[in-house]
Design a binder for this molecule. Sequence first.
Ligand SMILES: [Zn+2]
Length: 86
Amino acid sequence: MNGKLICPKCKWDFYFRKKLCCPGCGVRIVLISDKWPFPEKDFYTYDKRVGWRYVADIMEEMRDAMALLDSMHERALLKMETGKVQ
Ligand SMILES: [Zn+2]
């Protein structure tokens, strides 16, 4: 994301983060545009649709996302299979 950010915690506004942290209070801030890997601990991220979002456990979120993909994939396969039967 380009432009000014406002820290969700201390409201410090800044253009550049220092090592994925707010220069004011040091809270972890990770943006989607950042390169992997994401930190293993909690952090704030910015979502254009909802604004600031707190991520307590990225691994948990990724597991959820993968589970969602899996179920979508399974449903798609099932659709293909039942399509063949008909
Ligand atoms: Zn801050």
